[in-house]
Design a protein around this ligand. Structure first.
Ligand SMILES: C=CC1=C(C)c2cc3[nH]c(cc4nc(cc5[nH]c(cc1n2)c(C)c5CCC(=O)O)C(CCC(=O)O)=C4C)c(C)c3C=C
Ligand SMILES: [Fe+2]
Length: 389
């Protein structure tokens, strides 16, 4: 039976038990993202198909030394897994797969600094986000001492990284909350395209691009920035945003497009052109009303409406089953990267909170802010300048 299956379905049936190496890994499996570098991976890395976000709290008694040892262990493991290696005492879960674009990113939350006696090293930019009127936040799924973002193009590789890092936390830190997300799989579309979210919108079009002159300044703390241990780092705002899909899907296409200010089919602005054509916020209908409504999401969030405030959005969608009323427990694990949340997420969210057509269809259920240090050099670990500074 094994032979018959093997000859008819080829690679699909290839068995780990045979000596025949079979066809080579696809590009998807063999792609490795470097762990070491100026910046941590998982910020400008292309969005992967599978993701896990996990926040950890230090256990009582875990001090700065224990935290340093943990970050050293975590960095070693992340570098090894991202290169496609197998750590000692590996569980074998991702055995037959390549690195599959695995990226692991580490961050520190506000509470980490008190717990480790590092209060004076806490960046001003890590002050808690202000409360917004539409917040319906669950404290148990918000914040945390430490944060790990995992992305990979294979679900087993992503889970394996999560589990490996959780095991390595051992007696030092325990999971506070964990969320699982996804994006479209590479190769699912005829050509690379901007992602779609679970409302069906093309989402990510007007993100800052690495080739923009101001990209580094918007997304990363400068090399000579404050505090010094955050040089080349970034701040991640994480929001779990549930979508009220029953309400949204009942609206006509016209209404849905007015909410955003872009066409649903291809993401082009309602003022014309194609996806990448700039939105003309000044365009009016013959009756004088704006083509992009006053409360359209792209008008409210545009840098022009927010004193230049911008952020790099790199989200995952999530689907966690159905609520008691039958509505999907699904939405966006919104992750925004910026050099300073007070010049990125905060002013934009304040404005959204005051009047965004999208608000009616979403609920912010959890929130966190993390300081994500610059990348580690070979032989170093993430956060070393903080923990040994
Ligand atoms: C505070 C920041 C933002 C939150 C929260 C947010 C939630 C959110 N957005 C969408 C869908 C789209 N957003 C789009 C553009 C866009 N959104 C933000 C910020 C937040 N969004 C910005 C800064 C921008 C870019 C504005 C610009 O410069 O034009 C778009 C349009 C396409 C695009 O440019 O990405 C969509 C679609 C959802 C569904 C959502 C919460 C669930
Ligand atoms: Fe948005």
């Amino acid at each position: 039976a094994g032979l018959a299956v093997g000859t008819t379905t080829g690679a699909l049936a290839h068995s780990a038990a045979t000596d025949d190496p079979g066809p080579a890994l696809t590009t998807l499996g063999s792609t490795a993202v470097p762990f070491h570098g100026d910046h941590q991976p998982g910020i400008t890395t292309p969005m992967q198909a599978h993701g896990h976000l996990a926040a950890f709290d230090l256990v009582p008694g875990a001090d700065r030394r224990a935290a340093a040892a943990l970050l050293r262990r975590w960095s070693t493991l992340a570098a090894e897994l991202m290169a496609g290696g197998r750590p000692e005492t590996d569980t074998g879960v991702s055995h037959d797969a390549g690195p599959a674009s695995l990226s692991v990113t580490f961050g520190f939350g506000h509470s980490f600094f008190d717990a480790t006696g590092l209060t004076t090293a806490r960046p001003a930019a890590l002050e808690p986000l202000p409360a917004f009127s539409a917040d319906e936040l669950d404290p148990a799924r918000s914040n945390g001492d430490l944060w790990i973002q995992i992305g990979a193009d294979d679900a087993l590789v992503a889970f394996h990284a999560l589990r490996t890092l959780q095991r390595a936390a051992a007696e030092t830190a325990a999971v506070r909350w964990q969320m699982t997300g996804f994006n479209r799989s590479p190769g699912a579309t005829a050509r690379p395209m901007t992602a779609r979210n679970l409302m069906g919108q093309v989402d990510g079009t007007n993100n800052p691009r690495p080739e923009d002159d101001d990209f580094e300044a918007r997304v990363f703390v400068p090399a000579n920035g404050e505090p010094a241990w955050m040089a080349r780092g970034s701040y991640a705002v994480v929001r779990r945003i549930r979508m009220l899909l029953d309400d949204w899907e009942n609206r006509s296409l016209d209404e849905q497009e007015r909410v955003i200010g872009r066409r649903k089919s291809d993401g082009a602005p309602l003022t014309g052109g194609e996806e990448t054509t700039p939105v003309d916020l000044a365009a009016t209908h013959p009756d004088g009303t704006g083509v992009i409504a006053a409360n359209a999401h792209v008008r409210v969030t545009a840098p022009e409406s927010n004193g230049g405030a911008a952020m790099l959005r790199r989200p995952f969608s999530y689907s966690d089953g159905f609520r008691d009323d039958g509505a999907p427990d699904a939405g966006l694990l919104f992750i925004a990267w910026q050099a300073d949340p007070l010049r990125g997420f905060v002013p934009v969210q304040r404005k959204l909170d005051r009047g965004d057509a999208l608000s009616e269809f979403i609920r912010h259920e959890a929130s966190a802010l993390f300081a994500v240090p610059g990348g580690a050099r070979e032989g170093e670990y993430v956060g070393q300048a903080l923990l040994e500074g």
